[in-house]
Write a protein that binds this ligand. Sequence first.
Ligand SMILES: Cc1cc2nc3c(=O)[nH]c(=O)nc-3n(C[C@H](O)[C@H](O)[C@H](O)COP(=O)(O)OP(=O)(O)OC[C@H]3O[C@@H](n4cnc5c(N)ncnc54)[C@H](O)[C@@H]3O)c2cc1C
Length: 258
Amino acid sequence: MKIVVLLKEVPDTYGERTLNLETGLAERAGADNVVDEIGERALEVALSYADANEGTEVTVLSMAPETATANVRKGLAMGAASATHIVDEALVGADLGLTAEVLAAALKAEGFDLVIAGNQSTDGSAGMLPTMLAEHLDVPNLTNLTSVTIAADGVSGSRASDDATVQAKTALPAVISITEALPDARFPNFKGIMAAKKKPLEVKSLADLGVDANDMTPSRTIMISIAERPARAAGVKITDEGDAAQQLAAFLTQNRLV
Ligand SMILES: Cc1cc2nc3c(=O)[nH]c(=O)nc-3n(C[C@H](O)[C@H](O)[C@H](O)COP(=O)(O)OP(=O)(O)OC[C@H]3O[C@@H](n4cnc5c(N)ncnc54)[C@H](O)[C@@H]3O)c2cc1C
């Protein structure tokens, strides 16, 4: 079985994160960029299955700036056998549509039985990529799984909603996305870090994948404006002189909060 795990590089959530108000993109240059934790959990799901099932091949796939090599290699140090890093200047500012098209082209080229993604990244936070990918690949999609069971002929898992827990199952090939309910990922150990230096890491461009980022026919998103969030204004302070309840009620009514 071949499992491909989607790893995204993101600005560290513990650091200062800022948007460039001219481009509308996250400031990545000065940020401490890391592998998104949810992607590491997705990799843990794949590696745990591989540990128990000989003959399983786990690879990682990332579309990220050129500077992300060390983070892609971290996937190899954790235990993936190989990695594909999609790098192209034309991908700066790529929207969900283009990202899905590019990752789908890479997955079609390398082949897969199962694709495991995070349910939502910590920077873009769209939560849509795995489903868009499944649509491109024309395979079933189980989203937001809180538990995962992989078998030779299919994948199943639980999906929690407000009212119920759904058990879902599908045949392979498939795309799934997992939530933070899945276990923490393993740390790369020294042996893994050394081994990662010799593992294959293939860098692909848009030309390699046959995708044209400037082709607007597949409906790309265009950012038309961006504005800084206004500074917080001071709140209204109500002093109780026997009429606090009336003042509160009047405030809530005026602001259409009741
Ligand atoms: C040069 C360059 C600059 C970029 N700059 C930005 C930026 O400033 N801000 C930004 O949000 N994005 C940036 N991206 C990445 C890309 O535009 C987003 O990944 C894409 O729009 C997906 O949005 P999302 O993370 O909200 O998706 P979600 O649907 O929230 O992602 C869900 C899951 O899909 C997978 N996934 C998502 N994106 C990728 C990816 N790129 N590679 C591998 N797996 C992925 C992960 O498993 C993730 O957990 C950049 C990419 C490149 C190449």
